[in-house]
Write a protein that binds this ligand. Structure first.
Ligand SMILES: [Mg+2]
Length: 433
């Protein structure tokens, strides 16, 4: 298969974009202000070197915001129930921060207990970016030996809990600490997570939730998930996409997620059908590790190809950006190691004129970290991932919220803006292994 058109952005356009980014100020200005930044990390001759490399630059200087040290007294992985775990951090000064864990955290807890937790205790939270880098590169057991989604899941939970604590100390929203919100409400796409449904069942369920939330965008699963070209059941994808378009009309923005179902030729064939149906985003057409196949598909289709939810390597993000391996970057806030690293991806993407819509299929309180991130980045793709189906949590918290008029509001309390029932942490089991 050969690329049917050259999708690389002309250099003069990138220079123009880079100049424009200078007015963004704050968070995104250091890379943009570098006059030699043409494509993420390249100097004018095309070399990637440390002085030019956005991977090496700090994202946020927390010493400017917090004048006194914030020493981490402890950070704990807590079990609330068989299905609910939290990460909670406490400073020497008594400030706390917490975040609910995703379902993978208990599987990677040894990386947290052996590498992340001991390295954080006693350090200044203002230096967490350098601490995490040190844990990854230098400190035993050397994080890079375990690099990947599992390692950065452990780091990501710790980082989010620290952000929540910093927000409580500052009396500020995390969004204010990471550059300031550009939007008070973030448009969402309702994300469906099953392939067991027929086309009519998807239409019926989405109709209910579109009615309830006012959402203007949805994402459905197509293909069979890492299935070597098999559909979930014969004909599902070919019937589902037109059924959604017929039911909801042309105004609905439609994303689809193949979860690595196809090889490149099959993805291009399916992609032509998606293009005919006006689908806006074709997520993970090919197995996520296969950059070459995914690149071929991206080059061969007009429809935007998205990817990156499993990725956690900053140099690989840079490759995806500089080579247009995908059109839209989808870092997961936790799998990719937290907000700072997701901001680095957004900043590199912005320098190349590309957009970001992170992977984070959560609902309500659990979506809060993503709302803060999505409210801040200037190159947000347009709609934020949000679970179509509300979650019944087995704990209390405030505020309880859902999407309204197609948007979720940025919570206005300190940190991520979620107040958990204190009894959760009084009763939780502290995990040590
Ligand atoms: Mg996905």
């Amino acid at each position: 298969m050969t690329a049917n058109r050259n999708r690389r952005v002309p250099r003069h356009a990138l220079r123009q974009f880079s100049r424009r980014t200078m007015i963004w100020g704050g968070l995104f200005s250091p890379a943009a202000a570098n006059a030699s930044t043409i494509v993420a990390g390249q100097d004018s001759s095309g070399w990637i070197s440390y002085p030019e490399d956005p991977l090496r630059s700090r994202v946020i200087d927390l010493h400017k915001r917090f004048t006194d040290p914030i020493i981490i007294k402890d950070i704990q992985h807590l079990k609330h129930s068989d299905r609910t775990y939290f990460m909670r951090v406490e400073s020497e000064g008594g400030a706390v921060g917490a975040v609910k864990c995703n379902q993978r955290m208990q599987d990677v807890s040894s990386l947290f207990q052996r590498a992340i937790r001991p390295a954080l205790i006693g350090t200044d939270a203002r230096d967490m970016e350098a601490t995490f880098e040190s844990v990854y590169r230098f400190q035993k057991p050397r994080g890079y030996k375990y690099s990947g989604l599992a390692y950065f899941t452990a780091q990501g939970h710790a980082e989010l809990a620290i952000w929540d604590m910093l927000g409580h100390i500052a009396g500020a929203r995390v969004a204010d600490l990471i550059g300031g919100p550009r939007r008070s409400g973030v448009p969402v796409y309702l994300t469906r997570l099953t392939r067991r449904t027929t086309a009519q069942e998807e239409v019926d369920r989405l109709a209910e939730r579109i009615e309830a939330t006012g959402a203007r965008a949805v994402k459905v699963k197509i293909g069979g998930r890492m299935s070597l070209n098999e559909d979930a059941f014969p004909g599902r994808t070919e019937s589902l996409v037109p059924a959604l378009r017929n039911a909801f009309g042309d105004d609905l923005t439609l994303y689809v997620d193949a979860n690595g179902s196809y090889d490149a030729p099959t993805a291009v064939r399916v992609g032509h059908m998606l293009q005919d149906q006006g689908v806006d985003l074709f997520e993970e057409p090919c197995p996520w590790e296969d950059f070459e196949m995914t690149w071929q598909v991206t080059q061969s289709l007009d429809i935007k190809v998205g990817g990156g939810e499993q990725d956690s390597s900053l140099p690989k993000w840079r490759w995806m950006i500089n080579n247009r391996g995908v059109d839209v970057l989808q870092p997961d806030l936790i799998y990719n190691g937290g907000i700072l690293r997701a901001l680095k991806v957004a900043r590199m993407a912005a320098a190349a004129g590309m957009t970001v819509t992170p992977h984070y299929p959560r609902w309500g309180a659990e979506a809060a970290p993503l709302i803060h991130y999505a409210s801040v980045i200037p190159n947000f793709h347009g709609f934020m991932e949000y679970r179509a189906d509300p979650v019944r949590f087995d704990f209390d918290y405030t505020p309880v919220f859902d999407a309204v008029d197609g948007e979720v509001a940025l919570p206005d309390g300190p940190g991520f803006g979620i107040e958990y029932d204190p009894k959760i942490f009084e009763k939780a089991e502290v995990l040590t292994g």
